[in-house]
Design a protein around this ligand. Structure first.
Ligand SMILES: C[S@@+](CC[C@H](N)C(=O)[O-])C[C@H]1O[C@@H](n2cnc3c(N)ncnc32)[C@H](O)[C@@H]1O
Length: 325
C-alpha cells in the first residue's frame, strides 16, 4: 500500500474537542486534499473521480440522506444491537479507541459516541458527510481514501468497525484493506465487518433481472456484489488474528411492511444512484416501471436481503512480537 508517513503535517480532524485527544492517535497524514478536486457530475449527481476509487454511488445530499435511512433500517433489523464484538464493558469503562472505516454520515459513530461518552470515536471516509455541530465531543472525523492506507500508526485502535463497504472495495483491493485494518488494530483489539448479501433466492424474476444487470455493471468495475457472505475469508490465514471468526446474520425485508417499503425505496434509489438505466440502455421511466413490477413481486416472494456480521480478535501476542524477543 502506498502509505505516506509524513509525521510533520498537522492532523485536520473535524472535532469540537481540543485536538489533543485525537493527536494522541498520531495520524500519519492530514486530510487528503486531492479528494476535494476529484469529482465529476453526471445526470445532476456528484461522484468521486479518483484513481483506484471504484465506488459507484454518488456523494451528494440525496445520497447522504439515503445512507442515514439505511443505517436506521439496519439498526432496526439488528434489534438495536449495533455491534457484536465483546467490548461492552471496556467501552462503558472508557479509554477505548474506536475507528469506523467508511463511516458515511456517521449514524453508527454518533450512536456509539453518545452511548459511550468516555471512549473516543473516529470516523474516516472519502466524503465528509457529518455536520461538525452534530458531533459529540468524543468523536472526530478524518477525510481520507482508504485505498491509500489508513492514516494511523500500527496498533492504534481497540475496535475497528466497517459496514456496507462492498461497493467501495474491488475484489483485488479487499485483502489489502483487511490487512490494513489488522495493522491499525491493537493486540487484543477487535475487528467487525458487516456486509449485505445482494442476491438470494427470495427475488422474483424482475427483481432478479435488475440485480443481475447491476451485478454485471459492478463486475466491470471489479466489484463483486455477492462478496458479502464471504468477506470473512480475508481474515483467514492472517498470522496476527485469532483463528476463530465469529458470525451473525439478520434479514432486511424488501418491499413489504413499513420497514420493507422504506428498505425498498432505499434499494431502488441506490440503483438510480449508479445510473443503472444508462448502463442498461433504457430510460429512467423504463427502469422505474421495472421497479413497480419488482415491488409487486416482492410481496409474493417475500423478498428479503441478508446481512452478515463477522468479528475477530487480534492476537494479544503476535508471532512478530515473539520474534522480537
Ligand atoms: C454504502 S456506504 C456505507 C456507509 C456506512 N459505513 C454505513 O454502513 O452506513 C459506503 C461508504 O464508503 C465511502 N467510501 C467509498 N470509497 C471510499 C474510499 N476509497 N475511502 C474511504 N471511504 C470510501 C463512501 O463515501 C460511503 O460513505
Amino acid at each position: 500500500m502506498n502509505q505516506s508517513t509524513n509525521q510533520n503535517q498537522k492532523p485536520q480532524f473535524q472535532t469540537k474537542r481540543p485536538l489533543s485527544d485525537f493527536e494522541s492517535l498520531n495520524p500519519t497524514r492530514e486530510d487528503d486534499d486531492s479528494i476535494m478536486d476529484g469529482f465529476h457530475y453526471k445526470s445532476g449527481r456528484r461522484y468521486h473521480f479518483l484513481e483506484g476509487v471504484k465506488y459507484p454511488l454518488p456523494c451528494d445530499t440525496d445520497e447522504t440522506y439515503r445512507l442515514k435511512i439505511n443505517y436506521s433500517i439496519s439498526r432496526y433489523c439488528w434489534k438495536g444491537n449495533i455491534f457484536y464484538s465483546p467490548l461492552e464493558n471496556e467501552l462503558a469503562k472508557g479509554g477505548i479507541r474506536v475507528l469506523d472505516v467508511g463511516c458515511g454520515p456517521g449514524g453508527w459513530l454518533l450512536d456509539m459516541a453518545t452511548q459511550y461518552p468516555n471512549s473516543t470515536f473516529v470516523g474516516v471516509d472519502i466524503s465528509s458527510m457529518i455536520p461538525k455541530d452534530q458531533q459529540p465531543s468524543n468523536m472526530g472525523f478524518l477525510q481520507c481514501n482508504i485505498h491509500n492506507g489508513l492514516p494511523f500508526p500500527d496498533d492504534t485502535f481497540d475496535f475497528i468497525f466497517m459496514s456496507h463497504m462492498f461497493t467501495s472495495i474491488t475484489e483485488n483491493q479487499w485483502q489489502d484493506v483487511v490487512d490494513d485494518l489488522v495493522r491499525v488494530t491493537k493486540p487484543g483489539g477487535w475487528i467487525e465487518l458487516m456486509e449485505g448479501e445482494y442476491i438470494n433466492s427470495t427475488s422474483g424474476p424482475v427483481t432478479r433481472e435488475i440485480q443481475t444487470q447491476l451485478t454485471i455493471l459492478m463486475r466491470s468495475r471489479g466489484i463483486n456484489m455477492n462478496i458479502g457472505p464471504s468477506v470473512y475469508k480475508y481474515f483467514e490465514n492472517i498470522e496476527d488474528l485469532e483463528d476463530e471468526i465469529f458470525t451473525s446474520q439478520t434479514v432486511t425485508p424488501l418491499g413489504n411492511g413499513t420497514v420493507g417499503e422504506l428498505a425498498f425505496k432505499n434499494f431502488k434509489a441506490s440503483h438510480f444512484g449508479v445510473r443503472l438505466h444508462e448502463y442498461m440502455g433504457i430510460s429512467k421511466q423504463e427502469l422505474e416501471d421495472m421497479f413497480k413490477i419488482s415491488q409487486k413481486e416482492m410481496d409474493d416472494y417475500e423478498t428479503s436481503l441478508n446481512i452478515h456480521r463477522f468479528y475477530v480478535q487480534k492476537k494479544i501476542y503476535s508471532a512478530k512480537s515473539e520474534d522480537s524477543w
